[in-house]
Write a protein that binds this ligand. Structure first.
Ligand code: ADP
Length: 586
């Protein structure tokens, strides 16, 4: 209680009053004491012992009854000398040894003081010793023979002490009243300051408990009034922001709960932050599990550390079989406000139907391709036989040659299709990964294609940057990818052009970039370029022996290695294909 501002203000007021009264009291008492002392000697010298009194006293000393006459004169002058019960006069013998007469009914024994000594020497003794318990004044009555009598006036100072006591008592009363008044004023003042502050304090407590409704009345325009207004303003802003945030939250929650895709979010420590009902329904997980428990429930070989290690824009995709369902699981690491690892969002999609359809389609393609192999081989061998039998070139032999070329093309298509269906069916397990030097492999592919490129009037160059010697992947499949991409660059670059191949290492990624200054790809075709059988210029592709499956196979193989393939191109200017592959196994 005594720590409150109210008590502090009251205490300051009381101390201030006490201090003022002490200073004023001391000053007053000192001045009164000084005046009383100074006034004693000056009044006696100037107003009482005037030249008239002096000559009267001297005349009396010479008379027949000197003591009687002096006493009479002193009685006449006693009012002027303020002789009363506190102040008496004494008529002393010249050596001050005897009291000859006095105003005091019970005269004291006069002791020798410095003033009396002066008087005995013939001088007026008017020294005041403020520390002494009395004040005295000694006047010598002289004639030709020297000092005859001494008039000695003694003041006991009791009057001064009475005055001081009275003033002191008055000051004490004034102090008591002053303290009461200042305590009262302090209380009123502190209340006017403290009431609004304690109102603010109560409101702040209400705010912290989530009550935003009340407003504090603004009673003044002073600093506290302005503080109250600012506080009210702040409360309504917080209220508005919280309603906005909660509306947004409700919206997001409604969207998440209505989604058919499962969404689970984990923080950077692997604790679950959110999961929607679709996620629980798809994977059978419970709320509150950790990332590790989640990964093992979905039989996914991923750890949070591996995901944190990844570049933020990368999404890692896995498939998981839960019961009879096939689920595509996408892991996307996200950054927090400080651009640090915030955690991971996992999206789960039920792809059971789609996978079944895909499998049926692929099976069909594989079967058809397989079935087509024998008739195509038969057509080709018959065409070759007819050509071998023909002695000279006739229009018919030319037709047969076309048949043979088309049979070759169909063989290539069927081979590519079988490669794709093999990739589709055997998926990852079929990849035979080991550590090898990627740049050496890229260099050997470039070397193999160099003769063909030079024959076509192209220059082809190879450059390596950084160390890719610890690349981990399937060497044969990588060779197929690089061959497809580099041979495309050669195929679609006219004579006189150039192809540049660069193999580099960037952090944990190996990047192979194949750039040509050939015919390029129109912008509208770029999004579909990796689709199976998609070709920009069918005639040109056919002419150069293309099947429209090269890029599709390359993409499939790169993705099986956990990498990505991008193509950038400008029609008429050239094309750049960028293959990014993780060096470690993700
Ligand atoms: P293709 O067997 O027809 O080359 P791909 O799948 O390898 O089939 O390529 C698909 C299509 O992409 C090609 O038909 C071609 O039109 C285009 N293409 C691929 N690479 C290049 C390139 N380097 N320059 C221009 N066009 C390209």
């Amino acid at each position: 209680m005594f720590k409150s501002i109210q008590w502090k203000i009251i205490t300051i007021f009381l101390l201030l009053t006490l201090l003022v009264m002490i200073v004023v009291g001391t000053f007053l008492l000192q001045n009164i004491s000084a005046y009383y002392h100074d006034d004693f000697a000056t009044t006696l010298s100037a107003q009482a012992f005037t030249p008239l009194l002096r000559s009267e006293l001297e005349a009396a000393a010479r008379s027949d009854d000197p003591v009687g006459e002096i006493t009479e004169i002193m009685n006449i002058y006693s009012i002027r000398m303020m002789i009363d019960s506190y102040r008496n006069y004494y008529v002393l013998s010249r050596d001050a040894a005897r009291v000859l007469s006095s105003s005091d009914p019970e005269p004291i024994d006069v002791s020798i003081t410095p003033n009396l000594i002066s008087a005995m020497d013939g001088n007026v003794g008017s020294q005041i010793d403020r520390s002494a318990s009395y004040m005295d004044y000694a006047y010598p009555i002289t004639d030709r023979d020297g000092v005859r009598y001494i008039v000695y006036i003694v003041d006991s100072k009791d009057e001064l002490y009475d005055i001081i006591r009275n003033i002191f008592i008055n000051i004490l009363w004034a102090l008591v009243f002053g303290l009461l008044i200042s305590a009262f004023l302090g209380l009123i003042l502190s209340r006017t300051i403290i009431m609004p502050i304690s109102n603010l304090q109560i409101r702040a407590e209400q705010l912290s408990e989530g009550e935003f409704g009340h407003r504090i009345e603004v009673k003044s325009r002073d600093e506290i009034g302005r503080l109250t207004m600012a506080f009210n303003d702040m409360a309504s802003r917080i209220d508005r922001s919280l309603s906005d945030i909660s509306a947004e939250k409700n919206k997001v929650e409604a969207i998440l709960s209505q989604m058919t895709d499962g969404i689970v979010a984990f923080d950077q420590t692997g604790e679950m932050i959110h999961s929607n009902s679709a996620a629980k329904e798809l994977s059978g997980i419970e709320d509150g599990i950790t990332f590790t428990q989640f990964a093992s429930a979905l039989k996914v070989d991923l750890t949070l550390e591996q995901l944190n290690y990844l570049d933020r824009n990368r999404v890692v995709e896995r498939q998981s079989e839960i019961g009879s369902r096939i689920i595509r699981v996408l892991f996307a690491p996200y950054a927090d406000e400080a651009e640090k690892n915030g955690g991971t969002v996992v999206v789960m999609q039920d792809i059971t139907e789609q996978t079944k359809l895909d499998m049926a389609r692929r099976e069909f393609v594989a079967n058809v391709s397989h079935e087509l192999r024998t008739p195509i081989t038969t057509i080709k061998s018959y065409a070759e036989t007819i050509l071998d039998m023909a002695a000279e070139d006739t229009p018919e032999t030319n037709f047969i040659r076309v048949i043979e070329q088309e049979a070759d093309r169909m063989t290539r298509i069927v081979t590519d299709l079988l490669t794709l269906s093999k990739l589709d069916n055997s998926a990852k397990a079929a990849i035979d990964k080991k550590v090898f030097n990627l740049s050496d492999l890229v260099g050997s592919v470039v070397e193999k294609l160099k003769i063909n490129a030079n024959n076509l009037g192209l220059t082809i160059s190879f450059k390596k940057e950084g160390d890719t010697s610890s690349f981990f992947g399937d060497k044969d499949r990588m060779e197929q990818v690089i061959t497809n991409i580099v041979s495309n660059a050669v195929k679609y670059t006219p004579s006189g052009g150039s192809v540049e191949v660069v193999c580099s290492a960037k952090y944990t990624e190996a990047v192979v970039r194949v750039t040509d200054n050939g015919i390029g790809i129109p912008e509208k075709d770029l999004p579909r370029i990796f689709e199976r059988f998609y070709r920009v210029d069918k005639a040109r592709s056919r002419e150069s022996g293309g099947t429209g499956l090269g890029l599709a196979i390359a993409k499939e193989l790169v993705e099986m290695h956990g990498g990505r393939i991008d193509i950038r191109s400008r029609e008429g200017k050239g094309t750049s294909v960028i293959i990014s592959l993780p060096m470690v196994n993700v």
